[in-house]
Design a binder for this molecule. Structure first.
Ligand SMILES: [Zn+2]
Length: 523
């Protein structure tokens, strides 16, 4: 064996150096990505090993490419050190590099950075840099040969093929993790900034409002399907509190999109089944509220993505909870974290307010979305494997997440109860549990196209607008396209604007149910 390596070292020193460097790097740095990963049994371990191996090919590619010249290889200690720092934060705090984190780092001052500069971190910085220098010294001793360069390039192409294919087939699973996430997050960050700067047509002009005091809340739910709510006939009581509080369920809402990024833009803008252009060219309804002197806020428990970053930025202020954790994190990232921000805002002195609350709700890896005290339905998920054998546990965890959403919403409603207020909840899409062989979302199945939706009106609101609550009762079982949200929220806020289509507002006598897709029925 020793002889074999000696031979290879003689004939192909660059290839061998790259292989050893990449292996050492992967063993030390990549492994940190899996420390917080839930493991339960041999299957999970095999999955992690395969994932690690595919990522190793990415690191092998980087070292091979750097190794083509001894000068470019001097960058290796820097790459190793930066990756070491990220690995430390991943291991200690389950931090992931994403565009929201880059945004928040921009506003971090040096004083805050110093708090993180602990002794273990300093030691890691020094050690990675020192260790990273060793292969560079070796590299300077190597003389290039043609056959070595050819083998290096062959392995580089092979590694690229493996890494690219696995990443593509498995929806970016490799590139969102450290150290590749440095590139991916920076690219996303730049795209979001570009999106915010685009010129969209602003809808705010020519709007009027009669009411001088009103609080409007739009809660964007995540992946909650209508038929998992007892108000719509589900056999488990997943939302007892808001039913008790008198929320009116709309069981037959239809969402043409089953992916957060598109669905949100569709719901928040004037886009509908006849015209999708407003998703890309116009502001959302937020600009209309702003033009009428509403105080506006976006309170999110999900990190922004390019498609709706423009819309978020229409708000006067934006709060993103724990941006350092990815939306697929293994750490708890609870919607209840948003409550202090929500309370402060709704109890503020402004007479007219609009809050957009973006929940993590029923986002995948359901266990991170509810505290242990809400694990009523048992047994819950023990690992992240998506398969029929895990289906029952998936549904239990999912329904527990819904129970927790119910609790958070009831707390929101508690702070609104004495005000002239309305709260609309609409999930961006549903979820699949193996129906039609599909899982999670973005598959366009019927269950995914039927998101949960309900509307809560305060007593003061019902007194002020008795006709609206009556009309809502009449329309609640209609088949409704999720494009109704834009028109319904504005109409429900007593706002008049040339952009409101009254036949799309469930508060209006002119309301007409969706003509297409009426075959969609919640079961
Ligand atoms: Zn979603």
């Amino acid at each position: 064996m020793k002889q074999f390596f000696k031979q290879i070292g003689k004939k192909y020193p660059i290839t061998l150096l790259s292989l050893i460097t990449a292996f050492g790097f992967s063993a030390l740095i990549l492994s940190a990505n899996y420390i917080n990963y839930p493991v339960n049994g041999i299957k999970d371990i095999i999955f992690i090993l395969l994932h690690w191996t595919a990522s190793f090919f990415g690191i092998f590619l980087i070292t091979l490419v750097l190794n083509v010249s001894k000068y470019s290889f001097t960058l290796f200690p820097l790459f190793f050190t930066v990756s070491g720092i990220i690995a430390y934060f991943t291991w200690q705090y389950d931090v992931s590099i994403n565009s929201a984190l880059i945004e928040s780092l921009r506003y971090t001052n040096f004083g805050e950075v110093r708090n993180y500069l602990t002794l273990p971190l300093v030691l890691i910085i020094l050690a990675t840099f020192a260790v990273g220098l060793y292969p560079v010294i070796q590299r300077f001793k190597i003389k290039l040969t043609r056959r070595d360069i050819i083998l290096t390039l062959t392995f580089a192409s092979l590694s690229l093929l493996v890494f690219y294919t696995v990443n593509r087939v498995k929806f970016n699973t490799l590139i969102v993790r450290s150290p590749f996430s440095i590139y991916f997050a920076t690219k996303q960050y730049i795209e979001e900034k570009k999106e915010i700067k685009t010129n969209r047509f602003m809808l705010g002009e020519n709007a009027t409002i009669k009411s001088d005091t009103i609080t409007v809340v739009f809660v964007i739910g995540e992946a909650l399907r209508a038929d998992h709510v007892q108000m719509n006939g589900y056999n488990r009581t997943t939302m007892p509190r808001i039913e008790e509080l008198g929320a009116i369920s709309l069981p037959n809402v239809f969402s043409p999109y089953t992916h957060t990024a598109q669905s949100l833009t569709y719901i928040l803008t004037r886009a509908d089944s006849l015209n999708l252009q407003p998703m890309f060219e116009e502001s959302s309804f937020i600009d209309i509220y702003k033009s009428l002197s509403f105080k506006t806020i976006w309170i999110g428990n999900q990190n922004p993505v390019k498609t709706f970053s423009f819309i978020m930025n229409e708000c006067d202020s934006i709060i993103i909870n724990k941006p350092q954790l990815s939306d697929y994190s293994n750490q708890k990232k609870l919607d209840s974290d948003l409550m202090p921000y929500f309370n402060r805002f709704t109890n503020g002195s402004q007479a007219k307010k609009l809050a957009i609350v973006h929940l993590a709700g029923n986002h995948w890896w359901y266990n991170k979305n509810f505290p242990d005290t809400f694990a009523l339905f048992q047994p819950i998920l023990e690992n992240k494997i998506i398969s029929p054998s895990n289906r029952e546990k998936m549904i239990n965890s999912y329904d527990n997440a819904t129970l927790f959403t119910d609790y958070v919403l009831s707390e929101f409603i508690g702070t609104l109860s004495k005000k002239n207020a309305l709260l609309i909840f609409l999930a961006d899409h549903g979820q699949s549990f193996g129906e039609e062989g599909k899982w999670l979302h973005a598959n366009n199945t019927d269950a995914e196209k039927n998101p949960a939706c309900f509307i809560w009106l305060s007593e003061a609101y019902k007194e002020k607008y008795p006709d609206r609550s009556k009309t809502l009762e009449l329309n609640k079982n209609s088949f409704i396209n999720s494009s109704f949200l834009f028109h319904t929220i504005l109409d429900g806020s007593d706002i008049k604007s040339p952009y409101i289509i009254s036949s799309q507002s469930v508060f209006s006598d002119d309301f007409q149910q969706e003509k297409g897709n009426t075959d969609l029925k919640a079961e």
